[in-house]
Design a protein around this ligand. Structure first.
Ligand SMILES: [Zn+2]
Length: 159
């Protein structure tokens, strides 16, 4: 009986923990992969550094993936985490690679962004904090979401 009680307590504890876990970026966010600006600069191209570490945006239709139709996976340029599958990529007509769903819920962090008076949500890699792009709510079915990504934030791995 005592054993069952302990199991129940442990279960309750983990259940509560799972509930308080959110996917929102906080200012004290600690990422599994952290590097100095100098280290990122060494690893990334100047444009990729500007976009992923300074929250920049590449020019529409200039990236290498907006018109990529090959099957494969789009991984984070900073840490290699798998972010999007080509199966969820769609033609958004924006000039940026667009997806309606990430590979899983935990690979991205969302943060509200009202810069320029726009109602949009910033999307960040959950492992290294790389800025990837934004998510909008005018996407196609089944999610209705449009993950508008920068090509330079991604690294495509062909299947
Ligand atoms: Zn990353």
């Amino acid at each position: 009986m005592k054993k069952i009680f302990i199991v129940a307590i442990v279960f309750l504890f983990t259940a509560c923990n799972a509930q308080t876990k959110t996917n929102t970026v906080t200012t004290t966010q600690k990422f599994a992969v952290t590097k100095t600006a100098a280290e990122w600069k060494k690893q990334l191209s100047p444009v990729a550094f500007e976009v992923t570490r300074k929250e920049g945006t590449e020019q529409a239709y200039t990236g290498k993936y907006w018109d990529n139709h090959e099957k494969g996976t789009y991984n984070c340029i900073g840490c290699g985490q798998e972010l999007f599958s080509s199966d969820t990529k769609f033609e958004s007509g924006t000039g940026w690679p667009s997806f309606y769903k990430p590979i899983n819920k935990t690979c991205l962090l969302d943060e509200s962004d009202d810069t320029f008076g726009m109602d949009r949500t910033k999307v960040t890699c959950s492992r290294c904090g790389a800025h990837l792009g934004h998510v909008f709510t005018d996407g196609p079915k089944p999610t209705g979401l449009r993950y508008c990504m920068n090509s330079v934030s991604l690294n495509f791995a062909k299947k």
